[in-house]
Design a protein around this ligand. Structure first.
Ligand code: 13P
Length: 242
């Protein structure tokens, strides 16, 4: 099965200007030409059109970092899933812990967004969030039940788990932990009749990526900081080739 390597640029300084997307694509595309796995670059809204243009002739897909929970209408400052689709975007990160913690998103809102993303042909990258192993164990079933409410098990959805303490801290989970958490998520998904790719995120770097995919059995990686450097992210996308 093809793996999934997803860059989440967030609102980083490195991507403040449109030119940064152009030069990123120029460096990145040749580096991943021989990669057969799925690669998605998720950028801030303002750079999506430029990113779609830059990656048009490559296999690299472009994703957004969020979308609105409403279909359309008077929601100042929001961007709908339909707008993303019409802009050529293929995927959208939903329920990232930064959205949950700073913008009050909960599983119910994430579920609405997942449905709208699917309705518009986007691949939702649904993030599970937790602050400790205990919270992971206690909330996993509820998080999955709530974000996947009324969603058909045949839908094309990616599940990403990111412990908040591992995000941007350099303190990635160990490979044994990633293996254990991945297996638990897959087991719970199976109980619900779903068979979805499960991705790990949190301080993924070129030197730990292979362990998470090869050893721990994650179906892919969601990468923040290291994805801002095209060489590092390309190395992550090629981790299983090494
Ligand atoms: P870092 O890779 O910077 O830890 O960020 C992880 C993340 O939040 C990706 O969505």
């Amino acid at each position: 099965m093809k793996k999934w390597y997803i860059a989440n640029f967030k609102m980083s300084k490195e991507v403040e200007g449109e030119q940064s997307i152009v030069s990123y694509a120029e460096k990145f595309i040749p580096l991943v030409e021989d990669v057969e796995d799925n690669i998605i670059i998720c950028t801030p809204f303002i750079h999506l059109s430029e990113a779609v243009c830059q990656f048009l002739d490559s296999e690299v897909m472009v994703g957004a970092e969020n979308c609105a929970q409403w279909e359309a209408g008077a929601y100042t400052g929001e961007v709908s899933a339909t707008m993303l689709d019409k802009a050529g975007v293929k995927a959208v990160i939903l329920g990232h812990s930064e959205r949950r913690n700073y913008f009050g998103e909960n599983n119910e809102i994430v579920n609405k967004k997942v449905k709208l993303a699917l309705k518009n042909g986007l691949i939702p990258v649904v993030c599970l969030s937790f602050e400790s192993e205990e919270e992971f164990t206690n909330t996993l079933k509820d998080q999955l039940d709530e974000v996947l409410t009324d969603i058909d098990s045949g839908e094309n959805i990616l599940i990403a788990f990111e412990p908040t303490f591992a995000i941007g801290t350099g303190k990635a989970l160990g490979k044994e932990e990633v293996k254990e958490f991945t297996a638990k998520i897959k087991e719970k998904l199976k109980e619900k009749g779903f068979d979805l790719p499960v991705l790990y995120g949190g301080s993924v770097k070129p030197d730990n990526a292979k362990d998470f995919v090869d050893f721990a059995g994650a179906d892919g990686l969601l990468v923040g900081g290291a994805s801002l450097d095209p060489e590092k992210f390309a190395a992550i996308c090629k981790c299983t080739q090494a």
